[in-house]
Design a protein around this ligand. Structure first.
Ligand SMILES: NC(=O)c1ccc[n+]([C@@H]2O[C@H](COP(=O)([O-])OP(=O)(O)OC[C@H]3O[C@@H](n4cnc5c(N)ncnc54)[C@H](O)[C@@H]3O)[C@@H](O)[C@H]2O)c1
Length: 273
């Protein structure tokens, strides 16, 4: 049956940053489809709440408090989860933090603090640490366990349209981190292909989540940004579920090294009015 190609039944999966937003949608897509899912997140309050909620729905989920910038802890949690599940089929390297200020304000005026000559080390380092180094630590741990398991696997990295599009409102460090994560994913895809481990990236556009203090939840922001998006609206985390299941399952068995935009057409450019 065709739908069997999309089955992740019985898979062992890990989702970083899975207690909120896009990561939570990935968790639900996998767990609702019969996978066992370990949610790794540094926010223990949201983590506890989501694990309880999903567990009460009868889903096979577990939570681990983890900061992906702590590489020893990443290795430790991956070892625990792999031992518990006895297999690791799917890893979503998704945890990330907001872009911070860019060189333009939302009204198009120049932003002093986001200007390259004023860009603070702390802002630069933190973004690279989570959004690039955290992805490296996650891919590395995933590769170790999947190679050892010998049964292949699927690694999915959450990048952003900021990995290849420049936008004045988005911080420079985020652009660099996401572009780095995207290229790292392609390199890992090439390296791991002989082991039947696929590595792909999803590049979301504007999706309503808790990122940046949940700024995209404001109706006026949604309307103004939504009007610039070819599909005519801002995205919802649920919009990512189909792609998540596709990339996790054998339905995408011949796809590796791809970065798939999921952005309502933003990457296509602006339509003339
Ligand atoms: N929402 C968007 O519009 C959008 C667009 C493009 C890319 N993204 C990317 O999607 C990913 C998920 O973001 P989201 O929008 O769902 O945001 P979110 O804030 O709703 O969720 C992010 C989750 O990651 C966790 N997290 C943050 N830093 C962590 C760390 N160091 N270790 C472990 N967990 C950590 C947070 O606690 C949170 O639960 C990020 O990589 C983000 O850059 C989001």
């Amino acid at each position: 049956m065709m739908f069997e190609r999309f089955s992740v039944e019985g898979y062992g999966a890990i989702v970083t940053g899975g207690a909120s937003g896009i990561g939570l949608a990935f968790v639900e897509a996998l767990a609702d489809s019969g996978a066992r899912v370990a949610i790794l997140d540094m926010d223990s309050v949201s983590l506890g709440k989501q694990v309880d909620r999903l567990f009460a729905r009868g889903l096979d989920v577990r939570g681990h408090k983890l900061d992906v910038t702590d590489r020893k802890a990443v290795d430790q949690v991956f070892a625990e989860v792999a031992a518990e599940y006895g297999r690791l089929d799917v890893v979503f390297a998704n945890a990330g933090i907001d872009p911070g200020i860019g060189f333009s304000n939302p009204d198009g005026s120049p932003s002093e603090a986001g200007a390259i000559e004023n860009y603070e080390d702390e802002r630069w380092n933190r973004n690279i640490e989570v959004n690039l180094n955290g992805i490296f630590a996650t891919i590395r741990a995933a590769a170790r366990h999947m190679k050892r398991g010998g049964g292949g696997g699927s690694i999915v990295v959450t990048t952003s349209i900021a990995a290849y599009l420049n936008e004045g409102m988005i911080g420079a460090a985020y652009m660099a981190a996401k572009a780095g994560a995207a290229h790292l994913a392609r390199n890992a895809a090439l390296e791991l292909a002989p082991h039947k481990i696929r590595v792909n990236a999803v590049a979301p556009g504007f999706i309503v989540t808790n990122i940046g203090g949940g700024w995209l939840k404001q109706p006026e922001v949604q309307n103004s940004i939504g009007a610039t998006i070819p599909i005519g609206r801002i995205g919802d985390a649920d919009d990512l579920k189909g792609l998540a299941l596709f990339l996790a399952s054998p339905a995408s068995s011949y796809i590796t090294g791809a970065q798939i935009p999921i952005d309502g057409g933003v990457s296509l450019g602006k339509r003339l009015a």
